[in-house]
Design a protein around this ligand. Structure first.
Ligand code: C5P
Length: 229
């Protein structure tokens, strides 16, 4: 078991999610459920799939502050350990999400902000009026999030050093785009191995297909967990 490992359970199929979680949960700190699963199965499906297992709920909330706060409050019954919002919602939206989560006290979900989606490049940002380096926009949005109550960020392994230099060691950095040596990249491009990402300063690594697509997902998770122990 390694608490740094988060297994991404990306499937719309409830029975498969339950089966995968049963196999991988003994080896990971958390399992990640995302928008597709949650929109198919809702809170009931979440409970059925992840009973007793700590969850990173990756819904990337983004709306006006009042609506996001209401959304966070609606999720508190499920008590996810980590919950994502978009930093692009702005300072007041981040603060509203953090305040809503704080209602649960020490057991509150930690709020993670997404900065620039990894699917966006400089031309996409320019189209939206954001010129300059993507990395500069990542830092700007990270500052908005971390100065307004977010506990941490979802970021690429390649952004860790700059974010640590700017914001220090106490922020949670949760890092997808992880590929153990010899596994397929899929649609990920700028990847790091689990060992490299943890050495670079990731608090958590998020691994999906190298686990869920393996012939024995439990074993794959156990091997990755051991590699970063
Ligand atoms: O299968 P794979 O390991 O690529 O899965 C990574 C997980 O992390 C997926 O659930 C994906 O949606 C998520 N993610 C990502 N890149 C981001 C944010 C989230 O790959 N920037």
């Amino acid at each position: 078991m390694n608490r740094k490992l988060i297994a991404a359970i990306d499937t719309p199929d409830l029975a498969r999610a339950r089966d995968l979680i049963a196999q991988v949960a003994p080896h990971c700190g958390l399992v990640k459920l995302g928008l597709e699963f949650f929109l198919h199965h809702g809170p009931m499906g979440y409970r059925r799939a992840a009973e007793g297992v700590p969850v990173f709920l990756d819904l990337k909330l983004h709306d006006i502050p009042n609506t996001v706060a209401g959304g966070v409050r609606a999720l508190l019954d499920l008590a996810p350990k980590l919950l994502t919002i978009h930093a692009q919602g702005g300072a007041r939206m981040v603060a509203a999400a953090a305040e809503a989560a704080a209602q649960l006290g020490p057991e509150r979900p930690k709020i993670l902000a997404v900065t620039v989606l990894t699917s966006l490049g400089a031309p996409d940002l320019a189209e939206m009026g954001v010129t300059g380096e993507v990395s500069a926009q990542v830092l700007r949005l990270a500052r908005v999030a971390l100065e307004n109550g977010a506990d941490g960020l979802v970021c690429s392994a390649h952004e860790i050093a700059a974010l640590r230099a700017e914001f220090g060691a106490r922020r949670l950095l949760v890092v997808p785009g992880i590929r153990p040596t010899g596994t397929a990249l899929g649609d990920q491009t700028r990847v790091m191995t689990p060992e490299e990402a943890v050495a670079a300063g990731a608090d958590y690594i998020v691994v999906g297909r190298p686990i869920t697509g393996a012939p024995d997902p439990g074993r794959a998770a156990a091997e990755i967990a051991a590699s970063v122990a």
